[in-house]
Ligand binder design. Sequence first.
Ligand SMILES: [Zn+2]
Ligand SMILES: [Zn+2]
Length: 141
Amino acid sequence: MNTEKDIFKEYLMERGLKFTPERDAILEEVFGKHEHFDVEKLYQRLNSKGKHISRATIYRTIPILIDSGLVSEAMRFMDRIYYEHTYGHKPHEHMVCTNCGKVIEFNDKRVEKIIEEITKNHDFKSTEHKFEIKGFCKDCQ
Ligand SMILES: [Zn+2]
Ligand SMILES: [Zn+2]
């Protein structure tokens, strides 16, 4: 199996882009643990590890990571866009607490099945979908 780094390097090479130390650090941070992050959070995580990468560089790198198929937009919440690494991570949906921001991932075969049925009924070929529940977590109810 290809690692995310192989895929990213190949993606960049094919487009004549460089695999810079900054891009490397961002990739490693994003794949270091599975988390839902926005640009600010990623910026702070990198900074706390002594990796001083500008927000502008992160803003420019995220679309590249998305386009290379390694990262996806997970959700939009309070005017912020949250991303997550999806390569190597099993498909899932999200529940978001609008009070504390907690995110719960869930996976239910029935959701997949319903989407499959609905798209089939419309002769539609789905490439991605979002099934998101917003509300209050146990602690915030
Ligand atoms: Zn909550
Ligand atoms: Zn997720």
